[in-house]
Structure formats: structure tokens, C-alpha cells
Design a protein around this ligand. Structure first.
Ligand SMILES: [Zn+2]
Length: 57
């Protein structure tokens, strides 16, 4: 049931696993700037939609 989006680097094994979306975004930007690598941006767009389970609560 682990549906927490994770951001993966496309060019190495790096991945952002922070709980907060803002922390993952910051980590992604930091890695991209530091290495010039491309991060999987699909995970970023998915993380912008709130999970339906939260709305039901
Ligand atoms: Zn990388």
C-alpha cells in the first residue's frame, strides 16, 4: 500500500525519498543542479494530486 511518490534519477541510482513533497522537490533540484542529471518528472506531476483517501477522511 506504499503509494508515496518517489522521484528517481534517470542517469544514476539516486532517488528522493523524503516524506514531504517540498523536500523531495528540493532534493531533486539539488541533485539535478549538482550532477546535471535528468530526474523522472512524471513522479513530480503525480505528486501534485492529493490522494483520494485523504479526501474521504
Ligand atoms: Zn543522478
Amino acid at each position: 500500500m506504499d503509494r508515496v511518490p518517489k522521484n528517481y534519477c534517470l542517469e544514476c541510482e539516486w532517488a528522493a525519498r523524503d516524506d514531504r513533497v517540498a523536500d523531495r522537490t528540493a532534493a531533486v533540484i539539488e541533485h539535478a543542479v549538482a550532477t546535471g542529471h535528468d530526474i523522472d518528472s512524471v513522479q513530480l506531476s503525480l505528486s501534485q494530486e492529493p490522494p483520494r483517501t485523504l479526501l474521504l477522511n
